[in-house]
Design a binder for this molecule. Sequence first.
Ligand SMILES: Cc1cc2nc3c(=O)[nH]c(=O)nc-3n(C[C@H](O)[C@H](O)[C@H](O)COP(=O)(O)OP(=O)(O)OC[C@H]3O[C@@H](n4cnc5c(N)ncnc54)[C@H](O)[C@@H]3O)c2cc1C
Length: 442
Amino acid sequence: MGPSVDLVTSSVHFPTQAEVVVIGGGIVGVATALALVKQGVSTVLLEKGTVAAEQSSRNWGWCRRTGRDIRELPLINASMRLWESMNHTTGRETGFRRQGIIYSSRSEEQRERHLRWIAEAKHYDINSQMLSRSQLADRVPGLTSDFAGALFTEADGRAEPQKATPAMAMAAMDAGLNLQQHCAVRSIERSAGRVSQVITEHGAISCQSVVVAGGAWSRLLLQGCGVEIPQLKVLSTVLRTRPLEADISSCVSLGSVAIRKRLDGGWTVASAASNVVDITPDSLRFMRQFMPAFKVERRSLQLRLGQRFIEEALCWKPGQADKVSIYERIRILDPAPDRSALGQMVVDLRKALPVFDNLQVAQSWAGLIDTLPDAIPVISGVGSVSGLFVATGFSGHGFGIAPAAGQLMADLVQGREPIVDAAPFRFSRFTDGELIRAQHWL
Ligand SMILES: Cc1cc2nc3c(=O)[nH]c(=O)nc-3n(C[C@H](O)[C@H](O)[C@H](O)COP(=O)(O)OP(=O)(O)OC[C@H]3O[C@@H](n4cnc5c(N)ncnc54)[C@H](O)[C@@H]3O)c2cc1C
């Protein structure tokens, strides 16, 4: 089971029309809806399960500029500004704190790469620095492993995934959002070439625009409109500990294991080095597009052929207006954690930081990360269907960037001056001849 998430109560009245329907109550859909209602746009947010029950509550909670793809830097800078005032904006606790993020450099080659990123990031007013061995030891007392240094961004932060998205959803409702949970969208309908309504399990909603922010489900939702996006899923495992005292305030990645102090006094512990890729029909379909990224990341990815192939081949079909859909059958995507990754994380953490010798695991879970071949999101209109917009493919780092991604999506839907240049995130990059490549800095 996933972590327990702050509950949000749905709106009482089921709407029959809205200017904009947003599909997906993860942080991206919620941030989009929040930005829209703040601009006075009548908006409905539809979630098949409950707010933030999938990736948006299962993540590490890091809000980081550190080591990001250069194309995302203007957007993450805008997002960090929004995070700074998020408790005030929502009138609630989101857990955002500016506590710094550290990525250790495990080799000279990695240290060089971190230095190159620091130089690039300076052009975007990001003042990251390279910590020496002794500076790293000061910030992470008791560290036994020997690193070549570490990439550090003091102005980076963290928030609480089980609180932030619900807080933002409640703030959006205060500003007029109609939220419907346990309300799966079966299909998006068109008339005269443009979006006209969405069909949910509880009835139809007429609208002028639809934003698909369905995380791991976006590919299927778009497929239902005849639109193809090359999206795959990666399983990542996390645990949280019971409260434990350790004098480390920043979020720290030690290569095989990463830690963040939680507001409840425990720690969120995860591994960036062992993610599982289940082979599915889509893996075969999109193998060519993902091969360059896979080659670079292969040491941290474990390919697995099992039940998921059959499940997706037989059951993951686009919805139909008059039939119970896969979205209703799987209200919350709750994959089993990878047991071997869990054991390894604990061993690695105890070895690197003996202060964690007595750690007690309170809970573990996994999430399915939605990825694109260049590991940056699509935040864009879909040229072939007027009124259809997509915000998806955040490739394992969408939590921190979501507040500005939602603002950007809202700007595009309304045809306003965008918060940042939206060109890097256009959907058409997969078909207009751009060389699709992920950047690997960390
Ligand atoms: C283990 C893990 C660690 C991570 N760590 C970090 C981190 O430290 N920092 C960071 O920035 N990012 C991190 N990420 C990534 C981040 O969590 C995601 O990029 C982000 O949460 C994506 O948000 P989303 O709203 O796009 O998707 P989701 O949170 O997955 O939400 C999509 C929602 O759409 C709903 N939906 C889908 N189909 C339908 C339908 N037909 N009808 C109605 N609703 C539908 C789903 O039920 C779901 O709730 C991590 C992810 C994981 C899994």
